[in-house]
Design a protein around this ligand. Structure first.
Ligand code: PLP
Length: 402
């Protein structure tokens, strides 16, 4: 047989980077603050096993078939009801179950735009969203966030300037209003209302990615942006953070004509029917409020341990906004610091984090890191911060460790 010729892969996606779990190096004693994973204590393995058997026994052969146009309705009914606590009153036909919210992002990016269109994102933003938008051939423009989320005034100024000067208008703005990834911040009520008004006035969509909303450590529950402009907001969320990422189940809420368009882009032969039935059985068995309440308590205590260690080991070298929920803390070093300079050293010391620079569509800021506090226990979080501080002080010898 002739020797195999080398095969040239697509050049179209050469600039798309793999970040986090997909690219994670895992030395033996690594403390992975880079993983956006739930805690292993958050999984009820034996209950999930029981619900799997129950779903298969109850569903019979139906659980093994293709889903058809709309898929099973039990989970959609549950989602419809749950959405109401956020002020989202949408009929079942407005809800589409997706294979993770990553898929929702993918089909939205392709369904709402043409290649080369401009979309606006927060700066920083979720690197997975940037990846999806880049794969769809979109141009991403970033807008600063502060402790109250996206600076909507800057968005308004840019919209006015774009309109007056014939510049590209965004097809959509992608935001994470609650417990932002990576920023940890929450969009204020005033800014939610204003952004919704702008979407209606300038005719763009808001993609409201609410992945972490159930993991709330505070008393504050803000209405979804969706509530203020259901015609121009597409709401999306996921069970990855509250049940398990491996079930690959998310959903979106959108006007029915958009759902129709997105169905034709969802080329996976439907999100696993079997998994939808298992998740429905699980949700009907547990008290979901208790479940998310318990895991939120666990995550809050890990966050508190991490914050104490940051204050002890890094003190005035860094700033952060303590998140009111979610998985992530965004640590900002002084402007002249490049966190990439101590990333490798930190890995050698056995701790990983996400470099902040991966979270920008443009004008990357170099002095941040994203820390995930959900996956590692309190002692590990504390030890990880100590190692990061050691790596930092070795490269920036400003102060001795206490
Ligand atoms: C803000 C945000 N949206 C979406 C996702 C993707 O979630 P899924 O596992 O549902 O694809 C993540 C995962 O990290 C996330 O942080």
């Amino acid at each position: 047989m002739k020797e195999l010729q080398p095969f040239k892969m697509s050049k179209r996606f050469e600039n798309v980077k793999l970040i986090s779990a997909a690219a994670a190096k895992t030395p033996h004693d690594l403390i992975p603050l880079s993983f956006g994973f739930p805690a292993k204590e958050a999984y009820d393995v034996s209950l999930m096993a029981k619900c799997s058997s129950k779903a298969i026994e109850e569903g019979g052969y139906k659980s093994f078939e293709y889903g058809g146009a709309t898929g099973p309705s039990r989970i959609v009914k549950w989602l419809k009801k749950r959405s109401e606590i956020r002020g989202i009153y949408a009929p079942e036909e407005n809800i589409l179950v997706t294979t993770g919210s990553g898929q929702a992002m993918d089909i939205l990016a392709r369904g709402l735009t043409n290649e080369g269109d401009e979309v606006w994102v927060e700066a920083p933003t979720f690197f997975g969203a940037l990846r999806n938008f880049t794969l769809a051939g979109l141009k991403c423009r970033g807008f600063e966030i502060d402790e109250n989320g996206l600076k909507v005034d800057l968005v308004e100024e840019a919209l006015v300037a774009a309109k007056n000067n014939g510049l590209p208008m965004p097809k959509f703005i992608y935001i994470m209003p609650n417990f932002h990834n990576p920023g940890g911040v929450t969009l204020s009520l005033e800014r939610r209302m204003k952004l919704a008004k702008l979407a209606l006035a300038y005719n763009f969509f808001i993609i409201e990615d609410d992945a972490y909303t159930e993991l709330n450590f505070s008393e504050r529950v803000l209405p979804a942006v969706y509530q203020f402009a259901p015609q121009r907001v597409i709401y999306m969320s996921t069970f990855s953070k509250t049940i398990a990422p491996a079930i690959r189940m998310g959903w979106l809420v959108a006007p029915p004509e958009i759902i129709m368009q997105l169905r034709s882009l969802k080329a996976d032969g439907s999100t696993s029917v079997l998994m939808q039935e298992i998740v429905a059985a699980y949700l009907e068995t547990i008290d979901f409020d208790d479940h998310v309440g318990n895991i939120s308590k666990l995550y809050k205590s890990r966050l508190d341990a991490m914050i104490k260690a940051i204050d002890d080991y890094l003190g005035d070298e860094v700033t952060y906004t303590a998140p009111e929920g979610g998985f992530f803390l965004w640590l900002t070093f002084k402007e002249e610091v490049a966190t990439s300079l101590f990333e490798e050293l930190a890995l050698e010391k056995g701790v990983s984090f996400i470099l902040g620079e991966h979270c920008y569509a443009e004008n990357e800021e170099k002095n941040h890191i994203r820390l995930c506090f959900s996956y590692c226990d309190e002692e590990m979080c504390k030890e990880a911060i100590k190692r990061i501080a050691e790596a930092y002080y070795e490269k920036y010898p400003v102060k001795k460790l206490v």
